[in-house]
Design a protein around this ligand. Structure first.
Ligand SMILES: NC(=O)c1ccc[n+]([C@@H]2O[C@H](COP(=O)([O-])OP(=O)(O)OC[C@H]3O[C@@H](n4cnc5c(N)ncnc54)[C@H](O)[C@@H]3O)[C@@H](O)[C@H]2O)c1
Ligand SMILES: O=C(O)CC[C@@H](O)C(=O)O
Length: 528
């Protein structure tokens, strides 16, 4: 039974697919403090959160059985992604479900700020009829600067256009063409800051975006600018914002997200020109249902080994691409397992050559599976998986080189893995034969044709008469039946290899017998 903990309030209707699954137990405990969470997280394979639960390194380390963390929403800054990746835990978010709500909240903030609606309402609740105090400004013909032109930024642009605003934006990861298509003039950050009458930020909180709006940036702004932050606290430095408000650079600000949440001691809450909401951007019935449905489905798919698309720390592949790659995945892992079973020494380099139709695919995914095979087999690292394979290789100073080549050697697709250790270098090539499944087709330069499955004995010997016969006798005497056999050599009388598919597990003492046969240099055993 798989156990999933839901530690923040997430729509139960949206979680229905998990709640109804027979093989999954879902525990909903939304009032745990971090100590309580730490003490029980070890029981769970899955953790579902919104933005309240801080999934720290400590929590991740205590989650000995965690396989997946699902985030019902976009921002994953409350999850230590690095620690999750190192522990092989997939982090999956639900980025689409709350876009419209966050965008509409931004528009609500823009409009209420331009007409001082909350302040005027407050006065009126105090029986003060202050018509002169609250003179606003129109959005019409004003320049709106949008920082971050992703899902929410572009939806905001669409709606701001309806108010006849002039749209300028900054996003180093988008193109001029894409911006123009959405009616936005792409500019440098400095230009946006200098020209905007209204400014709204829609980036994630990263090392690069933390405090991207600080004293220096405020000093570039037009006097009287109005600012919205419905993205993440910390993109705008709060201290600098307060200063800019007090100096009259910023006329008004609307803030949904804070550097520390809840921000109960923040001076922003008391500032007369600031409108605040308690991180409500995604708090609509529709968004909460959407993100819960999305994250439940994705987590379920991840646990069931079915294609999913929104993993943060793994290549996110559309399901059609993942389905196409699927048959190559076991071949990739088996190439890694095989080559690392027949080599001696500490691995220094893994070179992977992809050729043929496979080069059009997301080969990073296959590389992770090759590395998984190598690290599990050669180093006994059982915790390695698709999520952390490349991190683990890097941590062990293994150089990983991916090459796309057009030399297919007559195959429609070919994957060659060359392994270099401090002692030797060996290679294995495999292909996927249409309708026949995976095959190993070359080992250290010798052509072979091996179905990579079951129990395999591999021998390295000199190409001389009688050796294969002796192997047969030895194995026969040990009650081991040879089901398939492949021999190859680089030249007559030269170095030869034998790959024997046998019907049962081979113990070490049998390999010791085989290596005693004259002219045999090495024997190995691998189960695929
Ligand atoms: N207030 C809320 O409740 C709420 C709800 C949903 C999303 N959010 C937040 O809104 C933000 C945007 O979400 P989204 O779904 O649009 O994300 P997104 O990933 O679709 O868009 C983010 C955009 O920011 C851009 N970007 C990244 N680094 C940048 C930088 N240094 N400078 C400028 N642009 C940069 C990216 O290229 C991307 O286009 C996130 O921080 C998210 O967590 C808040
Ligand atoms: O959980 C929430 O309501 C906030 C979600 C929002 O900040 C997000 O990043 O998706």
């Amino acid at each position: 039974m798989i156990k999933i903990l839901v530690s923040d309030p997430i729509s139960e209707v949206g979680l229905k697919s998990l709640l109804d699954a027979e093989d999954i137990q879902v525990d909903i405990k939304t009032d745990l403090n971090s100590q309580e969470l730490k003490s029980i997280i070890g029981e769970y394979q899955g953790l579902l959160v919104r933005s309240q639960t801080k999934v720290t390194k400590e929590i991740i380390e205590a989650g000995k059985h965690l396989l997946v963390i699902g985030r019902a929403g976009v921002g994953v800054d409350n999850i230590d992604i690095k620690a999750a990746t190192e522990h092989g835990i997939a982090v999956i978010n639900a980025p689409d479900g709350n876009t419209i709500s966050a965008c509409e909240h931004t528009l609500a903030m823009l409009l209420s700020m331009s007409r001082w609606i909350p302040q005027a309402h407050n006065d009126l609740t105090q029986k003060q009829w202050n018509r002169k105090k609250y003179v606003g400004v129109e959005l019409n013909n004003k320049v709106l600067g949008i920082i971050g032109l992703g899902r929410i930024g572009l939806e905001v642009a669409k709606r701001a256009k309806a108010f006849n605003m002039i749209l300028i934006g900054y996003d180093p990861f988008t193109t001029e063409e894409q911006a123009q298509k959405n009616g936005i003039q792409l500019k440098s950050l400095e230009e946006v800051l200098r020209q905007a009458d209204f400014l709204t930020v829609h980036t994630p909180l990263t090392k690069e975006t933390k405090y991207m709006i600080d004293d220096k940036q405020f000093s570039l702004m037009k006097k009287g600018i109005r600012i919205v932050n419905c993205a993440r606290g910390g993109i705008i430095r709060e201290e600098a914002l307060i200063k800019a408000l007090n100096e009259g650079i910023v006329e008004a600000a609307t803030i949904d997200v804070f550097e520390k949440e809840p921000p109960l001691d923040s001076p922003l809450l008391d500032h007369p020109k600031v409108i605040t909401t308690p991180h409500l951007g995604a708090s609509t019935k529709e968004a909460q249902l959407n993100v819960a449905i999305d994250v439940a489905k994705e987590v379920y798919h991840y646990l069931a080994g079915v294609p999913y698309k929104n993993a943060i720390n793994m290549p996110s592949l559309p399901s059609d691409i993942l389905n196409h790659l699927k048959p190559y995945i076991p071949l990739a892992e088996k190439l890694g397992t095989f080559i690392s079973s027949v080599i001696m020494g500490g691995i220094q380099k893994v070179e992977i050559i992809y050729s043929g139709d496979i080069i059009e695919e997301e080969i990073d995914y296959l590389t992770r599976n090759i590395l998984k095979g190598i690290l599990r087999q050669h180093m006994g690292i059982t915790e390695v998986n698709d999520v952390n394979a490349d991190v683990m290789a890097k941590r062990r100073n293994i150089e990983v080189v991916e090459i796309r080549s057009n030399k297919t050697h007559g195959f429609t697709n070919l994957i060659t893995v060359k392994l270099t250790t401090n002692i030797e270098e060996k290679s294995i090539s495999g292909t996927l034969l249409n309708g026949y499944g995976p095959r190993f087709v070359n080992f250290n330069g010798s052509t072979i044709d091996v179905i990579p499955e079951g129990h395999l004995i591999i021998t390295e010997h000199i190409d001389k008469p009688g050796i294969i016969g002796k192997f047969g006798t030895l194995l026969g005497n040990a009650g081991i039946n040879i089901g398939t056999m492949q021999v190859g050599r680089n030249k007559v009388g030269g170095t030869a290899i034998g790959i024997f598919g046998v019907d049962k597990e081979v113990e070490d003492h049998i390999l010791d017998e085989l290596i005693k046969v004259e002219n045999v240099s090495n024997t190995y055993y691998v189960e695929l």
